[in-house]
Ligand binder design. Structure first.
Ligand code: MN
Ligand code: MN
Length: 470
């Protein structure tokens, strides 16, 4: 007969990641979270995130791939794609053709992009407005009556680049989408479904109210805004044609909760996996297999475009790694290297929302603070449009994380037939590599103020680090 203390339940014992940490580790986790919060404050667009990643990488001995002739074990390189995506690699002891360890995240975030001819005036309201087209899956009503900042670049007719970042300093002006007062909203909005509370064409930013004193000018408020833009930035209305301008929430990230256990911010999806994978790659010295962190753009709109996961960026990076480490850079060898690789599709998951528990299968839903979530598959209704990690690969991931004391939770996206969504896992899987979704659970995902648990941020960082050297 077994002694009483040996009688352990055969069931799954779930435990908060907070309770798995010793005092010293908890201190480190909280410090790490502060650094993550500072990163979020700086990086609200894919361009800004690429700049941050490159500057961190350079500080840690990474060199631009183009400037390196040959590579050997322990060498560190980075490769930027159109200022919006980036690949970082630490060369391993084994040849690249034996496969790599990828952690792949995305650095684009839902937001409001300016239209090509955005500036307009409403004479009845005496307001100048900027028209937008939203990017990614948003609940449009969440973007009204909240301070927004404008980030991006504009190129003038003669090709001069103008960087724009208005609304982040406390003395900067901000912009907003005007919502309707409840007193008059009974019919105009009350009869709409919530997703239509604010409609796409209604996502217009208020940008000015002072008219010019010029009888010949028709749109006087708009003219005033144009004069301001020309004085301050040297741009004209036509220059909006060659611009990437994004309206994003203007406020900084904040600690959430009396215990300061969480961070509320714009853009955890998926900058939380970008930051944790970046930091973990910085720690990698000479890995067995070449360790690669990829930061894609365009995930939120389906990964289309040359900076997205459906583009050829990954193949091109691997081709270069092969050639510069003295291997054959033919496409056959690129395929061989990719096929023998393993990847974590590092993306966020939907944490149990206490107010809408009905959408989750609570037995299979990720919980804030319980560690990195691992999703065997995503997709929708009958597992459509999703990669599914094989039991063999999951078995290795499970063993890796549990041996290293990393809090992790097996998770799913909502109840069966409740809805669904996808990640870049399926595009990585097309190369034949083993891949599984793993990332940080998020509350209020895709809203202007998403929430993560600092414990999960810490465990994601640790998990990615172990994976890179596995
Ligand atoms: Mn995501
Ligand atoms: Mn997303």
């Amino acid at each position: 007969m077994a002694k009483k203390k040996d009688k352990k339940s055969l069931g799954i014992e779930k435990k908060s990641g907070w309770l798995l940490m010793k005092k010293r580790e908890r201190k480190r986790a909280l410090r790490f979270a502060d650094e993550y919060r500072a990163f979020l404050e700086k990086c609200k667009t894919e361009r800004e995130t690429v700049e941050f990643i490159v500057s961190e990488a350079e500080k840690n001995g990474f060199k631009p791939l183009d400037e390196v002739k040959s590579l050997s074990a322990g060498d560190r390189i980075y490769m930027v794609e159109r200022n919006k995506a980036v690949v970082l690699a630490v060369i391993g002891r084994r040849p690249v053709s034996e496969g790599m360890r990828f952690v792949v995240s995305h650095i684009d975030t839902p937001r409001l992009d300016l239209k090509l001819n955005p500036l307009t005036e409403d004479p009845d309201a005496s307001l100048a407005l900027l028209k937008t087209h939203y990017y990614g899956g948003i609940k449009k009503y969440q973007w009204a009556s909240t301070p927004l900042a404008l980030h991006g670049v504009v190129y003038t007719r003669d090709g001069r680049r103008v960087d724009v970042r208005i609304g982040e300093r406390s003395d900067d002006p901000v912009f907003m989408v005007p919502d309707l007062l409840p007193h008059l909203a009974r019919k105009a909005q009350g009869d709409r479904k919530i997703f239509e509370g604010i409609k796409g064409e209604e996502l217009q930013l208020v940008v000015g109210n002072i008219p010019v004193e010029d009888e010949d000018v028709k749109a006087k408020v708009k003219e005033q805004v144009l004069r301001y833009l020309n004085e301050k930035y040297g741009i004209t209305e036509e220059d909006f044609h060659s611009a990437d301008l994004e309206a994003v929430p203007a406020y900084p990230p904040r600690d959430v909760g009396l215990d300061r256990s969480m961070i509320g911010a714009y853009g955890h999806d998926d900058r939380v996996c970008a930051y944790t994978s970046l930091r973990s790659l910085m720690d990698v010295e000479v890995p067995e297999y070449t360790a690669v962190a990829v930061f894609f753009d365009r995930e939120e709109i389906g990964s289309d475009g040359n900076t997205g996961a459906k583009g050829s960026l990954l193949e091109y990076a691997v081709l270069n790694l092969l050639e510069k480490t003295g291997e054959d850079g033919t496409y056959a060898n690129v395929l061989r290297a990719l096929r023998r690789s393993r990847a974590l599709s590092a993306d966020v998951s939907a944490a149990v929302n206490p107010l809408f528990k009905g959408v989750h299968d609570l037995q299979n839903a990720p919980v804030l603070g319980y560690g990195i979530s691992i999703l065997k598959y995503t997709g929708a209704g009958g597992k459509y449009s999703s990669n599914e990690a094989h039991a063999e690969f999951l078995s290795e991931i499970r063993r890796l994380f549990s041996e290293r004391g990393i809090a992790y939770q097996m998770a799913m996206l909502g109840k069966v037939d409740e809805g669904g969504g996808g990640t870049i896992a399926k595009f990585l899987a097309e190369y034949g590599m083993d891949v599984v979704d793993a990332g940080v659970p998020v509350l209020s995902m895709h809203s202007p103020f998403e929430v993560v648990s600092k414990a999960d941020v810490w465990y994601a960082y640790r998990a990615f680090r172990e994976f890179f050297v596995s």
